[in-house]
Ligand binder design. Structure first.
Ligand SMILES: *Cc1c(COP(=O)(O)O)cnc(C)c1O
Length: 221
């Protein structure tokens, strides 16, 4: 096994081959805390979809690599006071979790109709990211009706201390509720390095994979 991220990317894509053929699963390589050079290396290997979670680090990378025409997914918590800035460079916002956030995004005239996923909180802790399942329908309806966003589906992170398969099973049911609101909202963003197989079993369409491809992240700075 080689250490090069591009080789790990190729090996990962090989494992995903069947799922990708069957239902077009998108692999998002999450590059937070890694330098732009690593993104460039993977882009040169042919990869297009990258995930970031922290503004302004994400902005700096998107600007530095603007010549590559990559698709940027913002997968981290979206703070209201930074959301409009993030919407300038992020092509897909994975973490819409409140109507207040939707309102903030509508206040800008940045770019029309960002692709947006409603993040669902699969824990019992309201402090975690994502909307509570009880409030999901109202938020999804709000996003679907927004001139600033295009509702694409749901996103979630599996909680610690629970089998990820069980959590993703719940997410699949939440995704169905969102599809009933907007039949075009087909995406399920779920699955990280440790639990992507379980996510795929439960219908994930977008995997967010960091360390399994990039290697360990540099220490938080
Ligand atoms: C960092 C991160 C990932 C990738 O995690 P790995 O365990 O490194 O694969 C996926 N999703 C979100 C929201 C993240 O913040």
């Amino acid at each position: 096994m080689t250490d090069a991220p591009a080789a790990r990317l190729a090996a990962f894509l090989e494992q995903l081959e069947d799922a990708r053929r069957a239902r077009g699963v998108t692999l998002i390589v999450v590059t937070k805390r890694h330098p732009a050079a690593l993104v460039r290396e993977l882009a040169e290997a042919g990869h297009r979809d990258f995930g970031e979670s922290r503004h302004p680090e994400s902005r700096d990378k998107a600007e530095e690599l603007a010549d590559l025409g990559l698709t940027w997914h913002f997968v981290g918590q979206l703070q209201r006071n930074k959301a409009r800035q993030v919407a300038r460079y992020a092509d897909v916002l994975h973490s819409i979790d409140s109507t207040e956030l939707v309102e903030v995004l509508e206040g800008g005239d940045e770019r029309p109709r960002r692709d947006a996923l409603v993040q669902v909180n699969l824990t019992d802790d309201p402090g975690r990211g994502g909307v509570a399942p009880a409030d999901l329908d109202a938020l999804a309806e709000r996003v679907a009706a927004s001139p600033a966003l295009r509702l694409r589906g749901v996103m979630a992170v599996a909680p610690l201390g629970e089998k990820p398969g069980r959590a993703f099973e719940r997410l699949a049911r939440h995704a169905e509720r969102v599809r009933a609101i907007d039949p075009d909202a087909q995406w399920i963003s779920a699955g990280m390095s440790a639990d992507w197989r379980e996510a795929l079993e439960h219908g994930a369409t977008h995997l967010r994979i960091g360390t399994a491809i990039t290697g360990n992240r540099p220490a938080d700075g």
